[in-house]
Design a protein around this ligand. Structure first.
Ligand code: ADP
Ligand code: ZN
Length: 220
């Protein structure tokens, strides 16, 4: 099963994607995470990627497609994948369809998480991330704080604030989203595989509820 997580940055795609991954037993693949791991290695490609990310811009399609293509050929995603952050535009979506077709697969559902820009900004600047690549748990200092301040509940690693999780970059990322990625909603709607969930950040346990709702829908 191939599931795509759509929605602006900060809608909880990552958290919901990971919950679904645990429940359904298929890997969660986040393009942002993959790019951040390249940046960390500080090789030639990593430095290039860092330039785009720090400005809230998209990594060029050729590079994004190439890196995702490589990832989707790995063994663990043979039976399915939850894609988070990819595709980011129509070109990437078409490329993905081509790629999947070659493997006799297709996108089954595109989940669209919807939330207002102001709520998104509120949420992202309060976001804290576990940098441990085996864990990657996401917290929010207001809505989902860790039990011990600054420390990951799951693995004990010191939490970080992502470099691009500041208000200025978030506004740019939102602009990029509205200009480019929002088109994907119509793309998948026209294929009749769009499933939209309205997010309410003021209720507790949001991401868990959203994941449960999606699962229920998938089992129907
Ligand atoms: P968020 O959804 O919170 O913006 P991500 O971790 O998905 O964060 O992405 C972080 C950054 O990585 C983006 O701002 C962009 O620069 C880059 N990126 C992620 N996925 C893609 C993609 N499919 N194509 C191009 N750039 C991407
Ligand atoms: Zn952790």
């Amino acid at each position: 099963m191939v599931i795509i997580m759509l929605g602006a940055p900060g809608t909880g795609k990552g958290t919901v994607g990971k919950l679904l991954s645990d429940e359904l037993g298929i890997p969660h693949v986040s393009s942002g995470e993959i790019f951040r791991s390249y940046v960390k290695k500080q090789g030639e490609i990593g430095k290039q990627i860092e330039g785009y990310m720090s400005q809230g811009k998209l990594v060029p399609d050729e590079l994004a497609i190439q890196i995702l293509e490589k990832r989707l050929k790995e063994d663990d995603v043979k039976c399915g994948v939850i894609l988070d952050g990819y595709p980011r535009n129509i070109k990437q979506a078409e490329k993905l369809d081509e790629l999947l077709l070659k493997q006799d697969k297709k996108v089954e559902i595109a989940v669209n998480l919807s939330l207002s820009d102001q709520d998104i900004i509120d949420r992202i600047v309060k976001r804290r991330t576990c940098p441990n690549p085996e864990c990657r748990e996401i917290y929010n200092i207001e809505f989902k704080p860790p039990k011990i301040e600054g420390i990951c509940d799951k693995c004990g690693t010191k939490l970080i604030q992502r470099e691009d999780d500041n208000e200025e970059t978030v506004r740019k990322r939102l602009e990029t989203y509205h200009q480019i990625s929002e088109n994907l909603i119509d793309f998948y709607k026209s294929k009749d595989i769009l499933y939209t969930v309205k997010i309410n950040i003021h209720s507790e346990n949001t991401s868990r509820d959203v994941a449960t709702e999606i699962e229920r829908y998938l089992r129907k």
